[in-house]
Design a protein around this ligand. Structure first.
Ligand code: FE2
Length: 202
């Protein structure tokens, strides 16, 4: 049994309702999904507080089901908190410390963008630019769902949602154009604040 505190969804920044190419209706529907992950995380932790530990079983058990789906709910929270927080900007090439890191690890902003876009086209849910603390570098990782495949001890700095719910309303099946719109709305100031906060240094 473990104790826990309920968490609440973060507020949606007003700028998210005025993105270029990604409609208010799409963002509002998307934000509701995020609220759902928060609610489920709280609900699952509530159930885990009284789950029967004695019947834990790897084939099927309440404990197993709750813990597997908890990882999905928490992934959904963390992924979307990065996603919503770093949109609402002017896009362009990354500036500041992050610009330096991207140039060092990818060669150029252009090469980073091409690699992340391709990773997003190849993923079924997410593509992340994350800093791996063990390797000391940035890499574009692929994700298929909310809980696949995060890398231990890596910190996501850019989270590109490529689930269809992120773009179908505005772009139908044209994921490539959505990814371009995503790049055009990134707020590099926000990402650079994270770089500073986490003390990631070249
Ligand atoms: Fe999403």
């Amino acid at each position: 049994m473990s104790s826990y505190e309920e968490i609440r969804p973060r507020e949606l920044k007003p700028a998210l309702l005025e993105l270029e190419g990604i409609s208010r209706a799409s963002v509002e529907a998307h934000y509701k999904l995020y609220q759902g992950y928060v609610a489920k995380r709280n609900e699952i932790l509530g159930k885990l507080a009284t789950v029967d530990l004695g019947s834990a079983n790897q084939v099927s058990s309440d404990l197993r089901a709750l813990k597997v789906e908890l990882s999905f709910a928490i992934g959904g929270i963390k992924n979307h908190e990065v996603y919503f927080e770093h949109l609402g900007g002017e896009g362009g090439d990354p500036s500041g410390a992050l610009g330096g890191l991207i140039e060092r690890d990818f060669g150029s902003a252009e090469a980073w963008r091409a690699d992340l876009k391709a990773t997003g086209m190849a993923g079924r849910g997410w593509a992340w630019t994350a800093y791996d603390w063990d390797e000391g570098r940035l890499f574009n990782y692929i994700g298929d769902t909310q809980n696949t495949y995060p890398i231990w001890n890596a910190t996501p700095l850019v989270a590109l949602d490529v689930y269809e719910h992120a773009y179908f309303l505005d772009f139908q099946t044209d994921r490539a154009s959505y990814i371009e719109a995503f790049f055009g709305n990134l707020d590099w100031g926000v990402v650079n604040d994270w770089v500073q906060q986490y003390q990631i240094t070249p």
